[in-house]
Design a protein around this ligand. Structure first.
Ligand code: CU
Ligand code: ZN
Length: 211
């Protein structure tokens, strides 16, 4: 009688131990797909929007800003803001650290790459349409040709221009992600890039928080 009870108890313990192991294994197998199911639907639509959703998202970007930092050996710095309007992009530059009364070229350059201390990693003038260089008074010009800003007696420049030939992130020569360069000299409109000399400040056009 006692032997039978021991044998039964041993068998029962064995079965319990086995089923516990099996359950643990199943739980492990069951949690992984549940985790994937929880994360995948949340991330995938955002990571891979359809073309329409992507275009709508880009078109909704109406404010951008470039924080301008001095290139090596220079002092000029500030901000250049970009606001999408019906007629193009309203550009507002506020730059300090300039020589009193001095005039400087301001351009959108091809790359938002300010890794080089001299600003040259920003590449040439942003010119997707293949035009010649020009001043804003000219219609056909590089998309990045924003003209010149002039400092007051304290070395501060405030400059506004509505550039009809660019957009922030639309179809018309989008500037988002490109670079902004302030030059040492005046842009005289000459070829190929206005004889504006060295690059004294540089920045990257990023999506702004807006108002
Ligand atoms: Cu330039
Ligand atoms: Zn140009």
């Amino acid at each position: 009688m006692q032997k039978t009870t021991l044998a039964l108890t041993a068998a029962l313990l064995f079965v319990l131990a086995y089923s516990a192991t099996a359950m643990h294994h199943e739980e492990g197998a069951a949690t992984q797909p549940a985790t994937q199911a929880a994360t995948q639907p949340a991330t995938q639509p955002a990571a891979q929007p359809d073309a329409h959703g992507h275009a709508a998202m880009m078109a909704s970007i109406n404010d951008a800003v470039a924080v301008m930092v001095p290139t090596q050996g220079n002092l000029a710095h500030g901000t250049v803001r970009f606001q999408q309007t019906d007629n193009g992009v309203a550009v507002t530059a506020d730059i300090t650290g300039l020589d009193p009364g001095s005039t400087h070229a301001i351009h959108v350059h091809q790359y938002g790459d300010v890794t080089g201390s001299d600003g040259k990693s920003a590449g040439g003038h942003y010119n997707p349409q293949g035009h010649d260089h020009g001043l804003p008074e000219q219609g056909a010009r590089h998309a990045g040709d924003l003209g010149n800003l002039t400092a007051d007696e304290a070395g501060n420049a405030h400059y506004e221009i509505t550039a009809e030939n660019i957009s922030i992130a639309g179809l018309n020569n989008p500037v988002i992600g490109r670079g902004v360069i302030i030059h040492a000299k005046v842009d005289d409109g000459g070829q190929p890039t206005g004889n504006a000399g060295a690059r004294i400040a540089m920045g990257v056009i990023g999506i702004a928080k807006g108002e």
